[in-house]
Design a protein around this ligand. Structure first.
Ligand code: UD1
Ligand code: UDP
Length: 354
């Protein structure tokens, strides 16, 4: 059996690490890296530290408007599918790389396996929501991380090939947590004390591309006295420069370059609280039982909202500040699988091979 995996963006490298490790024990996997993320600290660092097999194809597409970026990927992925004739095309999540891979495969009648199927924010202004809905609609195997995802698909009358296999990001955390604890030196490097800082990540287009929303978020950071560390996504860095916002005016804020996964796990586990708009980081906060504040109007990861483990504030300054100050002590309920999701992917691929 030959599986063609499409990767392109940071969270997809992290999701692929546990899955590729298991798939390659029994089947042939080829990887296409679309090049959507290309900075060393957004791409290579994850391949190196997580031992993800080197991509067989590197498309080098880079950044661009949605149509151009997705269209260029589509054309190049199609050529590779024609050349390689895989049994399955495997895509992760909801990025433009996901959609391009799914569309190319659908047109060539190659069955698509969608890992992290069924998530919905019910906000079609998010590029991710469009990518997920379209991908789910052309997928043969819809591998859902949660019961909520299954229910979302049922509501859209998508029932065939749908399985709750748990979340591959939980596999990744379980596999790497101890390694992160023993090898990461990020706290020393950044002079941080455990449980004495807030960890911030912001990159969602609905926030970064809206000057008012960004101002509102930054106003909240100015009002929060705690030490704050912010590994800044290149998209956000660029947008804040365009807007002329001065991050060095915000008290007690340490802006750093994006970090590798092991450093990120260490930053998350040792944070007092996490403020984010990332999908993956919301879950990792919950796995680590660190309180999270999500500066979005919706979340796909509704399970994390239990007992205010994750508080959804939108970008309202006061709501963010209040949520950060609220005392909560989350405890993880195992709703994201058993950490053996990758094994379930392999088992289903074998079952569906024809
Ligand atoms: C993409 C995904 C988003 C995911 C995020 C993970 C889409 C539509 N969005 O958003 O769902 O949550 O990845 O991080 O697919 N840039 C660099 N260097 C890089 C990569 C990006 O400088 O290596 C800058 C460029 O200015 C680029 C901008 O970031 O224009 C946005 O990159 P892009 O991949 O288009 O979207 P993300 O915001 O990263
Ligand atoms: N991450 C990382 N370094 C960083 C920021 C995030 O390794 O500087 C990891 C994080 O731990 C999680 C994943 O990247 O596993 C989340 O990706 P991102 O926030 O870019 O995208 P999303 O999950 O929102 O799609």
């Amino acid at each position: 059996m030959k599986v063609l995996t499409i990767l392109g963006a940071r969270p997809q490298f992290i999701k692929a690490a546990p899955v590729s490790r298991v798939l390659r024990q029994e089947i042939t996997e080829l990887i296409i890296h679309t090049g959507q993320h290309y900075d060393a600290n957004m791409s290579d660092i994850f391949f190196d530290e997580l031992n993800i097999p080197k991509p067989d194809y590197n498309l080098g597409i880079g950044s661009g408007n949605h149509g151009k970026q997705t269209g260029e990927m589509l054309a190049k992925i199609e050529e590779i599918i024609l050349k390689e004739s895989p049994n399955f095309v495997l895509v992760y999540g909801d990025t433009n790389s996901t959609l391009a891979g799914a569309l190319a495969a659908a047109k060539l009648h190659v069955p698509i396996v969608h890992i992290e199927a069924g998530l919905r924010s019910f906000n079609k202004r998010m590029p991710e929501e469009v990518n997920r809905i379209l991908t789910d609609n052309v997928s043969s195997l819809l591998l859902c991380p949660t019961e909520t995802a299954i229910q979302n698909l049922t509501n859209e009358n998508i029932k065939d090939g749908v399985y709750n296999i748990g979340d591959v990001m939980y596999d990744a955390v379980l596999y790497n947590k101890t390694l992160a604890e023993s090898t990461s030196t990020i706290l020393e490097r950044e002079e941080l004390q455990s449980k004495d800082y807030l960890l911030i990540t912001i990159h969602r287009a609905e926030n970064t591309d809206d000057v008012d929303r960004m101002k509102s978020i930054l106003d909240a950071f100015s009002q929060i006295a705690d030490k704050k560390v912010w590994p800044i996504h290149p998209r956000t860095k660029k947008k804040l420069e365009d807007y002329g916002f001065q991050l060095d005016q915000i008290p007690n804020l340490q802006v750093i370059e994006p970090v590798g996964y092991l450093d990120m796990l260490s930053l998350e586990m040792n944070a007092k609280k996490i403020v984010t708009d990332s999908g993956g980081v919301q879950k990792e906060a919950y796995f680590a039982e660190v309180p999270c504040v999500t500066v979005r109007d919706q979340t796909e990861w509704v399970e994390t909202l239990i007992e205010d483990a994750n508080i959804l504030t939108g970008t309202d300054t006061t709501k963010i500040v209040e949520a950060v100050q609220k005392q909560v002590s989350p405890s993880y309920t195992p709703v994201f699988g058993d950490g053996k999701t990758a094994e379930k992917v392999l088992a289903l691929l074998k079952e569906y091979e024809n």
